[in-house]
Design a binder for this molecule. Sequence first.
Ligand code: NAP
Length: 436
Amino acid sequence: MPHYKVAIVGAGPAGYFTAQALQNSQSDDLIFSIDMFERLPTMWGLVRSGVAPDHPKIKTVAKVFEKIASDPNFRLFGNVEIGRDLDIEEMCPRYDAVVMCTGSSIGKKLGIPGEDLPGSLSAADFVPWYNGHPDYANVVVPLDGTTAVVIGAGNVAMDCARMLALDPSELDSTDTVQHALDAFHKSNVRKVHIVGRRGPEHAAFTSPELRELPKLEHTDVMISADVINAANTRASVGEIDKQLASNFEAFHLVAEKKPLGHPRSMEFHFLSTPKEIKGNGKVEEVIFGINEVKDGKVVDTGNIYSIKTSLVISAIGYESLPIPGISFMKGKIENEAGRVLGTNIYTVGWAKRGPSGVIGTNKSDASDVVKLLIEDLDPEPKQGGDITVVLPTSITVVDQSAWSKINAAEIAAGEAAGKPRIKEVSKVRLLEMGTK
Ligand code: NAP
């Protein structure tokens, strides 16, 4: 009975769904042993460090991940970084396939003057900061000004704007990490502008996220009904697909809801390209170029406006962090349908296709790539020896039992405080928790 060994690098949704697809493909003639590697002592990738804390339902997929990990042929190697602790060249001969599920963690740059001023940061830093990612605990998020600007018309921009505009008491019962919760309680931000460079008809927001906005209890959300009507008219020239029609319905619901005079508000702006971030030693103002839609194309009118602010968050997409020994192109691992040609390396998730889709998208992505991986398997499994032989002994590996202890300790600490969990951010303490 051929028994193949597969390494999965990255314990996020793409990694776990790849493990699940491998497990589901097994038969009497095909068995997989799976080793999952993760550079952090904590698992679940974006489910832990990306999904907004006020969206706890999305995080329940972690139960599926833990079921996948409970298989006797699954081993976890947490706190092991490929490219630092193990080289890809050491892995490939020891596994029949190595699947890179390493995501994209670097925020794309706007490429405009003033972008690097203090007070201008990427969602790629802000989101893991409020979600307790150990590497982002010290990100400086100035919340002393009354106004914040979020650039981008996607769901990450929406998450960032909501986190800034919610009454912090609404986050008390969530798993927002304590340092961020304290900062949000002290925050002076009362007005959040969310700015897209094209029209509402081009926005990447999805309608469930838009539909939440009129229901916010302590935040007024403003979208100009005129702007939505004009976009709806423009879009109606062609055939509107179901998703866009649903977005328009949701935009109308937001536009029709009268502001209740809450001290906190969120306002949408469209057809505005960020041109420059200005300030003396720190962010003070963002200059936007005003666009219009002409013959279906978004063009610059040559006019500008500005918003005074001390905080700018750009949520305009992500790129992958390079990994030694792997070839990257345009922010992704160079691949063909998930195959890294000429190797036994594969890729799934954002590292493969770029930062698109929801968590569930990785399930079909993983299953497609696993089909190819199985097609490519040699008739005889590799006899390259176990990876533990080359794993440096100085590393404290977080195995499944250690991760279960960390997870249980966080949940227990949260129970006492009426939260789903209290996240630990110190790697040293996380490793200690894994041994208790
Ligand atoms: P996204 O959906 O691709 O949105 C990126 C936004 O940035 C677009 O509006 C894009 O505008 C804009 N943009 C790009 N370059 C820009 C520039 N130079 N200047 C101004 N704007 C610029 O990406 P995302 O928001 O990072 O989300 C990534 C994926 O995660 C998406 O699939 C998203 O749906 C998913 N996600 C889902 C949830 C959820 O389900 N609740 C939450 C978070 C994220 P153009 O369209 O004009 O390029």
